[in-house]
Design a protein around this ligand. Structure first.
Ligand code: ATP
Ligand code: MG
Length: 449
C-alpha cells in the first residue's frame, strides 16, 4: 500500500490555494511559529486544513511536527503530554487546546531506532503507535485522504502526498491504503467515515464503503469510553440525524446501541424511530441556532424505547410503577455500559428526564404545580414534546402542559382541580396502572387562551 521510497508530494504554493493565515486561530499560529523558529518542521494538518479548504470553520486545529513530544513540552510552558496509544502534546490557551503530534510512521513492524514500538493485537488492531517517522510516512498512516493534507508554516504551501485534494474536490471520503486492513487496525475509522460523510455531505468511495455492513462487529473490541466519545462526536456535531441514518444504513448503529436497534427493527410502528429522529433533528437545529444541548437528553432519547419496553414488561409482571421504572433504568443502563460508557454526570440527569415522564401524567391536584419547580422540569417537558410528535397520548398530555404553562396562577389553580367524577369503579389495578402510565387522558386540558 505504501510507497517503499517516499513520493514527492503535490505542492500547492500559497498563491494557488485559498487557505489563509487569517483563518487559523491565533493560538494555532503561535504554536506553528514557535516550532518553526526553534528549527522544527511545523504543519497544520487534519480537519483544520480540510475544513478551511472547503470554506468551513474547523472544529479544532491539529498540528504535526518533527519535534518529539518532550521537545514540544520544553518549548511551551502551557503544554502537557497525554495519551498512551498516541503520545501527543496538548498546548492550552484558555479554553482552546492545540494538539501537537509528532510525525509517525505507519509501520506494523516492531521497532525504530528509539525503541518505540507499534503494538498490535492478534486481530490487527493497533494498540500503541509511537514509531516516529517522516512527514510522508505520517501522511500515509492517517485515515482518509482528505484528512492527510498539510499546510506548511515554512512557506504557506499545501502538501498532498495521498491524493487528498482530488478527493476533496470530488466530494469523496477515501481510506488511505487497503480498507480492510485499515478498518481492522482501528475499527473506529468506520464511525469516522460515517461522521465525515454526514458532516461534509460527501460520498464514501466504493472500496471504503463496501466493508462497513459486515465489519460492525469489530467495534466490540473498542473500549466503551472511546465509543462514547465517538458517539458524542457523531450526535453532537450538528449532523446527528444524517449520522444516525448512515449508521443504520451501514448496520453500525446496532453495535453501538444494540437494545435500541432491536426495538427499531422489531417494532412495527414507526414510533421509536420517529421519537429518535425528532430528537436528533432538534439537536441539530439547536446547535445550528447556537443553543446548547445536553448529552443526557440525547441518551434519554436513544435509550427510551428499550427503557419503555422493559419498564412495561416489569409492570405487567406486577411490579409497582415507579419501582419498575427504576429497575428498568438500572438494567438498560447496565446493558448499555458494555457498549458505550455513560458517565454518571450524564446518566443521572437522563434518569431524571425518564422519571419525569410518568410524573408529567399526573395533572390534577397540587402535583403539576409542584413539578414546575423541579430542576429537571424543563428537560422533562421538552422530552414530552418530542414524544408527542410520535405518540398521540403523549401529544394530548403535551397539549395540556403547554396550555397550563401559558396560564397565570389563578388559571393554573383552576386547571388542576380534581375531576368531577371519580374513575369508573371495577377496573383492575393493572388496567388503571396501564392507563396512568400511558398518560392522564381523563384530565381535561385547560381551554386555549
Ligand atoms: P474533526 O476535528 O473535525 O472531528 P479531524 O479530521 O480533525 O476532524 P481529529 O479526530 O481531530 O479529526 O484527528 C485529526 C487528524 O488525525 C485526522 O484528520 C487524521 O488525519 C488523524 N486521525 C485521527 N484519528 C485517526 C485514526 N483513527 N486513524 C488514522 N488517523 C487518524
Ligand atoms: Mg481535528
Amino acid at each position: 500500500m505504501e510507497p517503499s521510497t517516499p513520493l514527492q508530494p503535490l505542492i500547492i504554493p500559497r498563491p494557488e490555494h485559498t487557505l489563509s493565515r487569517a483563518q487559523i486561530s491565533p493560538a494555532a499560529l503561535k504554536v506553528l511559529y514557535r516550532l518553526h523558529e526553534a528549527g522544527y518542521r511545523a504543519c497544520l494538518v487534519g480537519g483544520g486544513v480540510r475544513d478551511l479548504l472547503l470554506g468551513r470553520e474547523p472544529k479544532d486545529f491539529d498540528i504535526a511536527t518533527d519535534a518529539r513530544p518532550e521537545q514540544v513540552h520544553k518549548l511551551f510552558r502551557n503544554a502537557r503530554l497525554i495519551g498512551r496509544r498516541f503520545r501527543l502534546a496538548h498546548v492550552q490557551f484558555g479554553a482552546e487546546i492545540i494538539e501537537v503530534a509528532t510525525f509517525r510512521a505507519h509501520g506494523t513492524d516492531s521497532e525504530d531506532g528509539d525503541g518505540a514500538v507499534v503494538e498490535q493485537a492478534e486481530d490487527g488492531r493497533i494498540l500503541s503507535d509511537n514509531v516516529y517517522g517522516s512527514i510522508e510516512e505520517d501522511a500515509w498512516r492517517r485515515d482518509f485522504t482528505l484528512n492527510a493534507l498539510y499546510y506548511d508554516i515554512a512557506n504557506f504551501a499545501v502538501l498532498d502526498y495521498v491524493g487528498g485534494l482530488t478527493d476533496l474536490r470530488a466530494g469523496l471520503i477515501r481510506l488511505i491504503g487497503d480498507p480492510l486492513q485499515r478498518y481492522r487496525e482501528d475499527p473506529v475509522r468506520m464511525l469516522r467515515a460515517v461522521r465525515f460523510a454526514a458532516k461534509l455531505g460527501f460520498r464514501l468511495d466504493p472500496a471504503t464503503e463496501a466493508p462497513l455492513p459486515r465489519f460492525g462487529h469489530l467495534l466490540e473490541k473498542i473500549p466503551p469510553a472511546r465509543l462514547f466519545e465517538e458517539v458524542l462526536k457523531l450526535f453532537l456535531g450538528g449532523c446527528a440525524l444524517q449520522s444516525f441514518e448512515l449508521l443504520r444504513h451501514y448496520r453500525l448503529f446496532g453495535w453501538l446501541f444494540p437494545a435500541t436497534e432491536r426495538c427499531l427493527s422489531h417494532q412495527q410502528q414507526h414510533y421509536p424511530k420517529t421519537l429518535l429522529a425528532r430528537t436528533l433533528a432538534s439537536t441539530d437545529e439547536r446547535l445550528a441556532a447556537g443553543l446548547s444541548t445536553h448529552p443526557a437528553f440525547l441518551f434519554a432519547a436513544l435509550l427510551w424505547e428499550p427503557l419503555r419496553e422493559r419498564w412495561h414488561r416489569l409492570e405487567d409482571e406486577g411490579m409497582d410503577g415507579s419501582e419498575a421504572l427504576q429497575a428498568a433504568a438500572d438494567a438498560v443502563i447496565q446493558a448499555q455500559l458494555r457498549h458505550t460508557a455513560l458517565p454518571r454526570r450524564y446518566s443521572l440527569p437522563m434518569r431524571e428526564i425518564w422519571e419525569m415522564q410518568p410524573r408529567l401524567a399526573a395533572i390534577t391536584g397540587k402535583r403539576p404545580l409542584r413539578l414546575l419547580s423541579h430542576p429537571r422540569f424543563r428537560a422533562g417537558y421538552d422530552f414530552l414534546l418530542l414524544r408527542a410528535e410520535a405518540d398521540e397520548q403523549a401529544a394530548e398530555l403535551a397539549r395540556w402542559w403547554t396550555g397550563f404553562l401559558a396560564l397565570d396562577d389563578t388559571g393554573r389553580a383552576i386547571a388542576t382541580q380534581p375531576p368531577a367524577k371519580a374513575p369508573a369503579a371495577g377496573k383492575s389495578k393493572s388496567r388503571r396502572r396501564r392507563k396512568a402510565r400511558a398518560s392522564a387522558t381523563d384530565a381535561t386540558p385547560p381551554a386555549e387562551s
